[in-house]
Ligand binder design. Structure first.
Ligand code: DX5
Ligand code: ZN
Length: 211
């Protein structure tokens, strides 16, 4: 699949948000990754639909919205209205996964399903034929700047093998602890959509993009 680089705005300097978005886009980002956290599904609170709408209003780039929230079904319409292009929901959240994925697709958006660092691959199997993107968290979701958990790459390999054996075409996205040192293993495992916060926004030219 096509290589996609998606900087996570969580690691941008929010005091200069517009400049940070331009910097990421000029450097060649394919998508912007927006991490929404509600303090329930994960132990952190980030931002909501109004933030997503602001980024949408001021940038043309594809917005990859990652909902780390407990009731994605309840908030879904607000994120669709905010201008998300892809919405990814977690299998661990408190909702009817199949129904939420159907609603995302019905709105004409790309739909993604995520599994957290400790969740087995099998938890996602029932829905893999209904998604455009499969997000394998390579950390325990909640905070930027953590170290990649190497065992999670087994799930990337499993996702790639499943995609081939079932004739599917979802993107395989990784999120958490990706930097120059871990990227070769991540790519070798089969990921094609790469989220990185700290490693990209921490570098003046977001140089990871050019690997
Ligand atoms: C964490 C978020 C990630 C995070 C990645 O729960 O989903 O997108 O920002 O950050 P880094 O690249 O710093 O590990
Ligand atoms: Zn994310």
């Amino acid at each position: 699949s096509q290589r996609i680089i998606a900087p996570s705005l969580l690691a941008a300097d929010w005091s200069r948000l517009a400049d940070e978005c331009s910097r990421a886009i000029r450097a060649g980002s394919d998508w912007l990754h927006l991490d929404v956290m509600d303090g329930h599904l994960v132990d952190n609170i980030s931002f909501g639909p109004q933030f997503v709408a602001t980024i949408h209003r001021t940038n043309d780039i594809f917005l990859d919205v990652h909902l780390m929230i407990d009731r994605p079904d309840h908030f879904l319409d607000r994120f669709i209205k905010a201008g998300a292009d892809n919405i990814t929901v977690h299998v661990e959240a408190n909702h009817d996964v199949g129904d939420t994925l159907r609603r995302i697709r019905a709105a004409g958006l790309s739909c993604g399903l995520a599994i957290d660092g400790q969740t087995p691959f099998a938890a996602a199997e029932p829905w893999l034929d209904q998604i455009d993107l499969f997000l394998v968290m390579t950390i325990n979701a909640g905070f930027g700047g953590q170290a990649l958990i190497p065992e999670t790459l087994d799930k990337v390999r499993a996702a790639k093998a499943w995609r081939e054996s079932h004739g599917l075409s979802y993107h395989i996205e990784v999120d958490g602890g990706v930097h120059n040192g871990t990227l070769p293993d991540v790519l070798a495992a089969g990921a094609n959509a790469i989220v990185a916060g700290t490693a990209l926004f921490g570098a003046p030219d977001l140089s990871l993009i050019h690997i």
